[in-house]
Structures are given as C-alpha cells and as structure tokens.
Design a protein around this ligand. Sequence first.
Ligand code: TYM
Length: 348
Amino acid sequence: MAEQVKSGSQRSRKRVFSGIQPSGDMHLGNYLGAVKGWVQRQHERENFFCIVDLHAITVPQKPDELREQTRSLAAMLFAAGLDPKLCTLFVQGHVAAHSEGAWLLNCVTPLGWLERMTQYKDKSAKQESVSTGLLDYPVLMAADILLYDADEVPVGEDQKQHVELARDIAQRFNHLYGETFVVPEPVIPDTGARVMGLDNPTVKMSKTFAHIRGHVVRMLDEPKEMERSIMRAVTDSGKEIRFSNDPERAGVNNLLGIYKAVTGKSKQECENDFADARGYGDLKKRVAEVVVAELTPIRERYDELMADPAELDRLLAIGAEQAAAVSAPKLNEIKHKMGLTVPTGSGL
Ligand code: TYM
C-alpha cells in the first residue's frame, strides 16, 4: 500500500524543499533570501535542497558553463553550511521523477494559470523567442515540491507566486483524484527576502543584471570587489540612518536590510549601531565589513571543496539516491491515481 499523505503535524519533523538555479553566480540576494535560512534551520527539519539545472535550460544556456556552474553551486552550498548529514542536496537532472512528475502535473494545470505568472511575463518580454519550457517552469517547480510532500518551501519574495501555484496544483489534484499531496506553505524570511540591486535599489538584486558594474555582490567576489560595490551603492542626499518605507530612501533601507540579515540583529539594534555614524559612508563601510566577514570563510571552504571533485561527486550521488528513494514511490502514486499502470512490485 502507498504511504498515506503525511503532513508535518503527523511526521516527527517538518519536511522542507527548496531549490536554486545554477545559472550565473550565486549572489548575496540568494544567500540572504534563501540559503542562509536553509542552513540555520537544517537541524530542526527534514531537508531536501535541489540545484535546479532543468529550470536553468528554460532560457538559452552554454552547455559547458552550465555543467561547471552546477558543480560550483554544489560546492558553494556545502561551503555555506549545508551539512550532508542533516540534509539531502542533489541535482534536479539526476532524479528522473522531476521531469516525469512535471508532465503528469501539466495535465491537470490550466494554461491560464501559467500565462498569469509575473516572472514568465517579465522573462518572456526580454526574449526574442520563448521556449515552452519557460512557460512551464512553475509546473516543474510544483513537481519538485509536491514529489517530496514538503510542508515548507523557504524562498525569497520573488518565488512566492510560484509556490502559491504549487499549492493550487496540489489542491486541484487532490480534488480530482483524492488526497495525494501535502499543500505546501511558502516561508519568506522577515529580512533579506528582497535584497535590492546596489546600483539601483528599485529592482531586486538579480543574476540577470549581474553584468552591470556594482549591481550585485557575488559570493565569489574578492573582498576588495565586495567593498567597492557596497561603497558605490546608490543612496539619497540625506544622512539619517533608519529603516523606512520611503521609496526615496530605498538605497539606505537596502543597506540596513543587508546589515540586519547578515548580523541577525533587531531593527532597533541595527539603528543603534549607527547612532554615532557620520553619514552614509560609515554605513557602507560597516555593511562591507560584515558582508566580507560573513562570506570570507565560505569562500575558503568553497576553494577546498572545488579542489576535491571526486568528493563533490560522491556527495551529489548520495543526494540523488536519497532524493530518488522519496520521489520515485510518490511518482508511482501519482501515476496510479491518474489511471496509469505502474510497474509490478511498486505496492500499488
Ligand atoms: P533562484 O535560483 O532565482 O533563486 C534562489 C533563491 O534565492 C532567492 N532570491 C532572492 N532573495 C532575496 N533577494 C533577492 N534579490 C533574491 N534573488 C533571488 C529566490 O527567491 C530563491 O529562493 N524557481 C526558483 C528555484 C526553484 C525552487 C523550486 C525553489 C526551482 N524549484 C522548488 C523552491 C522550491 C528560482 O529560480 O530561484
């Protein structure tokens, strides 16, 4: 018999699923919006983290670069603190259930739901020719999450709409075919959920604009380069160092938000830290210091891991095996519910 759908309330620990694309270099927005939280809470949860290479090919990519970036991102995530004893880290393309699951969910997802997605509208407006994969991207993301019966999906603000779509797909499937999926909750951090571009604090920090000088802090930037980008960050003409919702003051707010997310201090403590600052120059200097201090040891561990490719491959192979052990039976359950025949011996 298939295992019954168990939510976190029935399991001893809540199950978490999240993912990150290996396109472009990981930046401070990915780290503060998602990865830092994954690391901090990995002790309390049962965790599945996925390097989503199948999502990365929804826009044009260079094959050699994608291969390299996939391994580099794996090393970066372990270096940032993901512990293979506490979580399963794997590459999406190594676990066939994700592509197959996406196909099955496609067949219950109305086209209109996908055409409404804001990220699809933004990304497709920038492409001359749009792949079907780009439109279908959120269904693959839903398959990622639902195959693991994840209770929680920790993401930055920009992915919330996609997690809500995964919820809608889960509910629709459960309604059509009977209880099958846990309906997942998006978990958005209260600070760092939307790190803005340093060159332009009205747009989110993004790999898409990484070529613009001073837009991002990359995890692998040299400390001098990080300092330069932060010292050059766009602010306003005032000098008050306080959190605010005033769009005019978005630059200072972003720097304070970065400081808060890195240090883990409260808003009040952060503002107190700058009570005697002489202006935005002091703020930027202090933000650069805490960012460099946070990222330097990560970079050192990254270099060690990249120097041992066989060990990295070994860890990813274990991750893929652990992920397949959970997702393969779930895939059979979905197929069975939809009326497909499944291999004998699957218990259905
Ligand atoms: P991706 O690779 O664009 O981003 C990875 C994570 O980083 C967060 N993020 C940010 N957070 C704060 N400020 C920013 N400027 C910023 N930029 C990015 C993202 O919100 C995300 O949490 N579709 C997803 C990957 C994915 C996934 C999944 C996530 C595929 N399957 C299943 C969760 C569950 C993506 O492209 O993230």
